[in-house]
Design a protein. Structure first.
Length: 73
């Protein structure tokens, strides 16, 4: 799942007002905007990821929508 997310972010981050990335050290998905870095969820909780309606939709132990303006939980 880690490599799938990295590939998705390479395309998606060009449109985003910030940067989504995989923190390989802490095994988390994160979002950075300006000086603020937010943890979205641990990688182990994500079971699927897909592009839908100009966002990345993640499903697993929870549901997360990664939009161009930042994550929505």
């Amino acid at each position: 799942m880690e490599n799938i997310l990295i590939d998705m972010f390479k395309q998606f981050n060009d449109q985003v007002d910030g940067i989504y990335f995989v923190d390989r050290v802490n095994k988390e998905l994160k979002f950075v905007k300006g000086d603020k870095c937010d943890s979205i969820c641990p990688l182990e909780e994500i079971e699927s990821a897909e592009f839908a309606n100009d966002m990345i939709v993640l499903e697993g132990s929870g549901n997360w929508n990664l939009t161009v303006n930042g994550p929505q939980f």
